[in-house]
Each structure stands twice: as structure tokens, then as C-alpha cells.
Design a protein around this ligand. Sequence first.
Ligand code: NAP
Length: 505
Amino acid sequence: MTLNPRKTMLICPLTATTVGGMIAMRDQAIAQGADAVEFRLDFLERMPSEQEFAAMLATLVAPAIVTCRPVREGGKYSGDEKARRSFLANAATFPNVTVDIEGDVADCPAAGSLIRSHHDFNGCPQDLDNLFAVLSIGGAVPKVAFTPAGPDEALRALDLLRQSPGMALAMGEAGLLSRVLARKFGAFGTFAALSAGQGSAPGQPTIKEFKTLYRWDSMGPRTQVFGVIGNPIAHSMSPAIHNAAFAAASLDAVYLPLLVPPGDEPFSRFMDALLARQWLDWRGLSVTIPHKEHALAYVGAARCDELAVRIGAVNTITIAPGGVLRGDNTDYAAAIDALCSAMGIARTGLAGRSVAVLGAGGAARAIVAALRHYGARVAVLNRTVRRAELLAEEFGCAAGPLGAAIDGDPEIVINCTSIGMHPNVGECPIESIPATTKVVFDTIYNPIETQLIARARQAGCQVVTGVDMFVNQAVAQFEIWTQRDAPRKIMRDVVVRRLTQTTGH
Ligand code: NAP
């Protein structure tokens, strides 16, 4: 069996410490859908005997890569170099084996197919293009793995893949895009761990994540790309929601998490790098903390929706072919529409209604701006009263402290604080629901059923949960990007399933 260079292979590194463990991992990897396995001999407690090596290859139904990475290249092998090379030279004579030899080794095995590799666990080599070209001399598959400072640098891996169908992998969380988009650009392969913690390098998704989360099997050269920019971003539910929506709508598209360092400059650098590569087919971005203000500044007020400018935050960027940007804020619309749909009114029906908004942070700001835009009477109540006053002054509201009880006669109460959020699920921002209140909206979505929501139900109020808002903003993004109706139920199910799996609430 030989490696098929026309299909990007999902290669599972076998990182067990015993021969038996490696054989078991090998079979599990193939059963899970890996196209090839990589025997990482340097992970073994000792080098295998000839018989053991033969047993590792026997009954193998997929192509195999054999690697024994020395410590100097980030591997675990610290034994005799001559013995290592002689083992690999022998392995290269097997018909179904490709041997991985580091680029600094001069005397490569003459027989068999070869990968020539270079690894940088500290940064990105300056002469990356030249290095990649040199590694491919003699017909070997070039492989470089490096550590990008951010996803903008990870894009350099895709520049290399456009030149030659080898392997170019940016490691770590910021490098994820290079691992997933390897298939779009026809790479020789990408590495997929058998399970979390069993990978051979930082940032390898699991086989299951490639296949079920990142739509590996349906990816091709025309796949459109979307993603969510944030920091932190690892626990974002957006990739699961949007990829499920793309799959349900049979769209050739994938959605990735993008860990962009905080600050205006890293955000702009990433956007510049993205827009300079029109061939990426990048069509949209969700933007979350701490980059929503940077997104507004980058896109420019003239190309953003009016309320997004007033709020000072853009959470949705659309990239038209040619690189023209548009900025939207689906957070405020999501909140307002969740509220209006529960009340059975149009947005204009909010005019004159009395609303108490608890909190004065980013979520409160978006909701207060929208409520005022549609003519509601708003009181902002916050622990830090000065913050409430500033928000209230800006949008023409009343302000006050957040206490156990709410003064006034609010018909609607909206919690925009994090009180009651997982893990502090027993907490509630107010002791009792005012007698005048008919609708209670808690923007917290984890847990779905907060203390506040439970009390509101007991008091006979209509309730709106953070999940309603969360799903609405993702639905709105999908519809802005694709100009189609979103598969709302599927998207909601993903959110609810994720929340119940991760927290049990
Ligand atoms: P933020 O900007 O950090 O604001 C946090 C707010 O919570 C501030 O008003 C803060 O008061 C208050 N707060 C935090 N801890 C408190 C405590 N122990 N006691 C009293 N007040 C406290 O955060 P954000 O982005 O606005 O998010 C706020 C909430 O909205 C979160 O629970 C988040 O889950 C939710 N949210 C939901 C969605 C959705 O789609 N459902 C979207 C965005 C946000 P101080 O000003 O006094 O610090």
C-alpha cells in the first residue's frame, strides 16, 4: 500500500509507549477513519525488535509513516544516532512504509518514499519558503511544522501548500487553521490525534473533531471559509453551531476558531493577512471579546450598520469577493428579537415600555442602545454605579445601584450581569421579581435555566433565556453571510446539547 498524494490524508500519530499499545492505537485510529498512521518510535520505551516492527506493520490496512524524532527536533529519542538511522534505513525498504527523516540528516535512505521534515517549537523560521523548497529536493515530501505568533503567521503554512503539496503545519491553538485547511489546499496530509492528549504536537485536533466538527470529508478546493476571532476562543460554541448549520444547509463551507492576541494591532495584522490572500475564499468572521471594538475600527463606520456604530462594537464581518468588508452587530438584534418574539410584538412595540437593565458592561450596552433606539424607557442598574450613570447619560436613561430589590415599575427586567453564571448557579441578581414585571430576560446562557429564570417562572412571568439570544445572533450571522434561512432548530440543538454535556445543567 502506498500513500496517495492526490487525497489529503488524515494521519494519526501513534504515541503509545509500548509496541502492544501502539498496535492497539493503530487499529483504533483506522476504525475511527484515519487514512494513515504514523508510528512515532521515539515515544516507545525502547526501539522495537525486527519481529516487533514486523508485527506493527502486519495486518495494517492503511499506509504507514515511520518516524523516530530525535530530541533536537522536538521528539523523544535520545539514543544512538547511528542506530536510529540504520533502523529508519531498514524501515524504508518495506513497501508500505514512508519514512520521515529530518532535513538536517545528510545521508538519507536510498530506498522507499521519504518525508523530509523540519520542526520549530519556538517560532516561525524566517527562510520558510526556501526551507520548504530544500526539503523537497530529490522528490521527498517536504514537511515543516512551526509555532506561529498568531493565526496571521499560520497563514504562511497555506502559502507553502499552494507551492507544493507537502505538509506545512502551524502548531498550537493559533495554528489550527493550517491543520484543517490543509485539505482545501491539497496537502499530502495533516495530523489528527486519536483522542485529546494523545497527539504528537501542540494543537492537533482529534480524528473525531476533524470529521464531525470541521467537516473534513466534505472539504475541497472551493470550500468557503469562516471563523470566529477572539481571545480566549477554545471554548467557543460558534464553530460547532456554524459547522452544523453549514452541513444541514449542504453548503461547501467550514468555520474555524481563531485565537488572535489581544489588542488593535494583532487584530489589524490578522485582517490584513487574510485580505491579502483572496485565494483563501474567506467570506465571514464572527468577532468576540476582546476584538469587537477593533472590528468596528478596522471595517470603518461607513461600512457598518448604524446601531453597531452607536454601540461601538461589531461582532460580524462579511467579506465580499474582492475583499470589500461590511460590519454588523447581531448581538443587539438577537436580544431585541428574542424579547419581542416572546412578547409577540414587533420591535416598534417596545416604544414606551419600562425596562430595568441589570448591568452596564458590553452586553448591557448593546441592549440599552437597541431598547432606546426603539423608544423603550430604560433604567440601568449596576454594582458600579458610575458605570451605570455613564451608560445612562449616553443613551438617555435613568441609572441606579444594583440592589436586592428593584425600584420603579419595570414591565421588563433584563439581566446583563454575570451573576448566576456557571459555576455560581445558585446566585441571583435580584431577590424578588417586581409585581409590575411581566417579562424576565436573562442573557446568561450557561446554565440555560438560571435562578433568575426559575424565580420568574414561579412569579408567572414570560421568560427569555440567554440561549434564545445566543442562537438568534448565530442565526443572524448565518443569514447575513449566506442570504438563506438558517436551520435554526439544528443550531439551537447544538447549543443545548453542548451546554447540557459540559455542565449537566
Ligand atoms: P462585562 O462587560 O464584563 O460586564 C459584566 C457586568 O456584570 C458588569 O455590569 C458587572 O458589574 C457585572 N458583574 C459581574 N460580576 C458581578 C457581581 N459579582 N456582582 C454584581 N455585578 C457583577 O460582560 P458582558 O460581555 O457584558 O457579559 C455580561 C453577561 O451577558 C454574561 O453573563 C454573558 O454570559 C451574557 N452574554 C450573553 C450573550 C448571549 O448571546 N446570550 C452574549 C453576550 C453576553 P461592574 O460594572 O460593577 O463590574
